[in-house]
Write a protein that binds this ligand. Structure first.
Ligand SMILES: [Zn+2]
Length: 361
């Protein structure tokens, strides 16, 4: 039976449940306190790392939540459930849980960081010119309305439909959500500098995984996929040993895009799983993104645009912004008990597969 009390209403509550479960499981805990941001009530924010198993294990399964802030709620519930039901780990194997990669977004119930940066586009090399996204330049004025109402939304989607018909699905995805580095007030903005959360993640990875030889990284997200199910995104190249490992651990669906609600995936810039692999050149790395599905793609696109409208225009009409915020939250963190039960049951299975996979690799 799934215990739905692991699902929290606030970041602080989620963190408390996670830390309690981690202590009870005998985890080694390190907290990285946010140096630049606080929660909505002025509370401190942390990336928390919980290591279960031997600190010098050469096989480590890493599971992260909250790279996209608000998506941390279901991810945190899955991590806490795993800690509560933790089975004995195989020899020379550890599990590293990273709780709240973007704690500011988690606490403020939004996707982005304190600078409106999408942390999962922020891991670019800032010593070099930032990637250009010519398609986004065209999209930007159409997806950043001053007014948010039925007429403005209908107008946006009419324009987007025409744009998609003109450029095709792949160029549409690249433009819309591949990541852009030119408009701080836009969507899928990758930033002008590494975010605090970027540095904290790098410290945690170095401190806990510098010695490991076989490492897996699972990044838990929400929003792509059918409601009540989960999907996998594997970015290892076709035919690579890493892709074959993912297939053997999680099955064919780990690599065949089963259930993915995007007709074509964007080529993403600056994603965290790439940074993870680059930081661990000594290790054999198997990375996978898991997305808990919620709503159809068009509704999630609307949510992305609503997020930036709330951020930059919401203060004009606080009562309305509050209602719209609730709808935004439900798009990433559904309230329905059946959805939440599915998250926990499915997570139990794919986390167990990850542990077994890394132990046997
Ligand atoms: Zn996400």
């Amino acid at each position: 039976m799934s215990d739905l009390t692991v699902f929290a209403q606030t970041y602080a509550e989620a963190r408390g449940k996670f830390l309690d479960a981690a202590r009870a499981a005998g985890a080694r805990l390190i907290a990285y306190e946010h140096a630049e941001g606080k929660g909505p009530a002025g509370e401190p924010l942390f990336l928390d790392a919980a290591l279960v198993g031997p600190a010098d294990a050469s096989h480590v399964f890493t599971v992260a939540s909250g790279t996209h802030g608000i998506e941390g709620f279901p991810g945190s519930a899955a991590q806490t459930t795993w800690l509560r039901g933790k089975a004995k780990l195989p020899a020379d194997t550890a599990v590293l849980l990273l709780h709240a990669n973007n704690p500011w977004g988690f606490a403020h119930k939004t996707r982005t960081t304190e600078d409106n940066v999408d942390l999962n586009r922020n891991f670019v090399n800032f010593a070099q010119p930032r990637p250009m996204n010519a398609g986004y330049e065209e999209v930007h004025p159409h997806v950043t309305p001053d007014e948010w109402n039925d007429a403005s939304i209908a107008g946006i989607f009419r324009w987007l439909d025409g744009f998609r018909a003109r450029v095709g699905e792949k160029a549409f995805s690249d433009a819309f959500n591949g990541g852009q580095y030119a408009h701080q007030d836009g969507i899928f903005y990758g930033g002008a500098r590494p975010q605090w959360a970027n540095g904290a993640f790098r410290r945690a990875v170095k401190e806990h995984l510098g010695h490991a030889r076989k490492v897996s990284f699972m990044d838990l997200h929400t929003g792509i996929g059918p409601y009540g199910d989960h999907i996998y995104l594997c970015f290892h190249p076709e035919g690579s040993p890493a892709r074959e490992r993912a297939r053997s651990w999680w099955g064919e669906r780990a690599v065949n895009l089963q259930g993915v609600t995007h007709k074509k995936l964007a080529t993403y810039s600056g994603v965290i799983i790439d940074a993870f692999a680059e930081m661990l050149p000594q290790a054999e790395v198997t990375s996978i993104v898991v997305e808990y599905g919620t709503r159809p793609r068009e509704e999630m696109q609307r949510a992305s645009m609503l997020q930036r409208w709330l951020r930059f225009n919401g203060a004009k009409d606080p009562a309305r912004a509050k209602k719209l915020q609730a709808d935004y939250e439900a798009a990433f963190y559904p309230l329905e008990p059946d959805w939440r039960r599915n998250v926990l049951e499915q997570s139990r299975d794919f986390l167990a597969r990850g542990v077994a996979g890394i132990a046997a690799s």
